[in-house]
Design a protein. Structure first.
Length: 337
């Protein structure tokens, strides 16, 4: 991330009005310093690194990963440019991958004595971390990175989550039919009805979800965090934005709703519309996709990203059909001409 923004820029551009400049700079600087200390440790010769107990090393790497996620969160709340957040996200993912590697090394070592936990326990309050990681990837134009993130989310979790599976389905096919419940019940399970609803009903349902969101989040660690003074990064329903983008929901009725990060949705839509190179991994051809209701952009064979998948031949301009997808929206992937 770039350095802290100026107080003048903060006052003009902050997105979270409950965040004050002193809290923002304190959190931002603290996170920067802690990440720098971890980086310094990692740069030591390998013989010195081997002397550090795996459990201590893993905890330090985990703290850096979590701090980086909190840094992008508070940076959004403070008013940083979205392009800066976009550029930082791959670094966050790298930090989480490094944590996952060292945590697994500890789990597999005699030091663990057979005790282990999930990298991101979906049954606990850490669920919000997975939600943020997934939603930021989608909204910042890095959906192509989700195949790297999901093994971290999956690790040692006893079951999958209905919302998260629906969010990643267009980017990570083959994960099976998503469950009809959420590992963390409130507020997230209410989103499943939005996926299942008809297109015309979704705007009103999302508006209601956002109206209920904060109260429904009362058991989450971020609830009332602005009153505790030490870990407040802003109140945002990241999942509302990601769902709005993925399902192409008309958000005009709730564009100004509290907790709705609309500019992230606008950014994601702009990335999709312009098909920027960042949306494609280096060295890979961009996969051609289209959603139900859109005119076919290329004649030939298309496969639905669904469980089970279906194959259909479309003519150029022919409307892509919907299949009552379990994910709420049928997405087609071009196979062959």
């Amino acid at each position: 991330m770039e350095k802290t923004i100026t107080s003048e820029f903060f006052i003009k551009n902050r997105r979270e009005l409950l965040l004050d400049y002193s809290s923002y700079t304190e959190h931002f600087s603290s996170i920067e310093n802690k990440c720098a200390r971890v980086e310094k440790v990692l740069q030591q010769p390998s013989e010195k690194l081997k002397k550090i107990p795996l459990i201590d090393f893993s905890r330090a790497i985990h703290l850096r990963a979590l701090d980086s996620l909190n840094q992008i969160t508070i940076s959004y709340s403070a008013g940083h440019e979205i392009k800066e957040l976009h550029d930082f996200y791959p670094t966050i993912l790298t930090y989480w991958e490094e944590y996952a590697k060292w945590e697994k090394a500890y789990d597999d070592s005699p030091q663990s004595e057979g005790a282990w936990v999930a990298h991101i326990p979906l049954l606990g309050t850490e669920y919000a971390q997975a939600n943020r990681l997934i939603c930021f990837a989608i909204l910042l134009g890095h959906g192509n990175l989700l195949p790297r993130l999901m093994p971290i989310v999956d690790y040692r979790n006893p079951r999958t989550d209905g919302l998260l599976e629906r969010l990643v389905a267009p980017f990570v096919p083959g994960r099976g039919t998503p469950p009809d419940d959420c590992t963390r019940h409130l507020p997230y399970f209410k989103t499943l009805k939005i996926f299942a609803a008809s297109k015309e009903k979704r705007p009103a349902m999302m508006a209601q979800y956002l109206e209920d969101w904060y109260h429904a989040s009362r058991r989450e660690t971020y609830h009332d965090s602005h009153e505790r003074g030490t870990h407040f990064f802003g109140y945002w329903s990241w999942e509302a934005a990601a769902i709005t983008f993925l399902l192409d929901i008309d958000d005009r009725s709730y564009a100004d709703a509290m907790f709705y990060p609309k500019d992230l949705v606008d950014f994601a839509r702009s990335v999709r519309a312009t098909a920027t190179p960042e949306a494609t991994p280096p060295g890979e051809a961009q996969e051609l996709r289209a959603k139900a209701g859109e005119p076919c952009p290329r004649a030939g064979q298309w496969e639905s990203i669904d469980q089970p998948s279906q194959t259909r031949t479309y003519a150029l301009g022919e409307p892509m059909i919907g299949l009552a997808s379990a994910y709420g929206l049928t997405v087609w992937r071009y196979i062959d001409g």
